[in-house]
Design a protein around this ligand. Sequence first.
Ligand code: ZN
Length: 420
Amino acid sequence: MYDLAKELYPICRSITGNGVRETLAVVNKHIPLDISEVPTGTKVFDWVVPKEWNIKDAYIKDKSGNKIVDFKENNLHVVGYSQAVNDRLSLQELTPHLHTLPGKPDWVPYRTSYYDESWGFCLSHKQYLSLADDTYDVVIDSELSEGSLTLSEYVIPGETDREVLFSTHICHPSLANDNLSGIALLTYLAKELSVISTRYTYRFLFVPGTIGSISWLSLNENKAKNIDHGLVISCVGDEGGPTYKRSRRGNAPIDVAMEHVLRNSHLNGELEDFSPYGYDERQYCSPGFNLPVGLFERSKYGEYSEYHTSADDLSLISPQNLGESFQLVRSAIDILENNRKYLNLNGKCEPQLGRRGLYSAIGGDNEKANKQLAMLWILNQSDGNNSLLDIAVKANLSFSLVHETAVLLEEKGLIEEIEE
Ligand code: ZN
């Protein structure tokens, strides 16, 4: 995952353009993406697909001809969606187009201007303060034209057409945690799920933030009905969190599953209620869809100091953090895949477990006490209303133990799965 993030890091991405296509071509080497183009001007709900933006070069040269700010050195130096410029300007004329972070004087900010035609450069505040009161040659060799917005998805069919959705944005340039970590995690998750058999169908969306998910939902409204669970994944490579933000529904199975996973992890996870601010969960959880889609991240978007700055580079993310994040999501998938409801076939008083060899079956096991408890909980709660996840939460036992114990009780003919 880290190597993939590293490979994608230098590419200049935006919400449209060749940087997105180049990124998807790299992901496509790992998983077979279905890529589609939505033309500029297409109406998607209340929005319109914007013009396509591409950039070849951009720089500011001082009077002696030295490139003092160079897009080719760091693509964050240009405000995303800047229109073309070729001009000589005084420092006074140039200054309104310069963006810096006075509080973090060594870092370059990340700025965009998608829906309002303008141009600008981003640089460190330290460099800005060093600029002489002189004239500067300013060049942005960019193009805003009728083109298209690129969407991509990968669907892994399961036993049923009920779906689990995973979505990440693909529109940030050289920024590692937000958002290359999300692209890398989803790519490897898809790779893993593509070689095992699953109950659910898995849909992976790699789309530009906001306009991408809006476009997908607008063009695939009928498919959204199949989504039973979903996660937006972003900022999963740093050492903060982990954090789970619940779906708008608040108590969907994915919310309960993620809460269970975080509570049972050695990492000190944090849970938050839904709020209509953040990533593409805002669109999936808009009232007209209200899909059970939560947000999984490590540090929270907008709250870690490197967020949307040049300091969100490859040193902020690590293979270990990516691996931990992957395992947490993988555990939630195990829960969704194995969460069933059972019916206790001996509902009147407890069945005699000893006679069925169930005490001996678990003898010598280190988790003997917990397994016995799990057995009693499953038998007591399997009245047709409670799922294994409900039982694990009530009993404060791990889902995997409850699931494993249910399989044993089913083999012994004490419980029967309820087909839903
Ligand atoms: Zn962002």
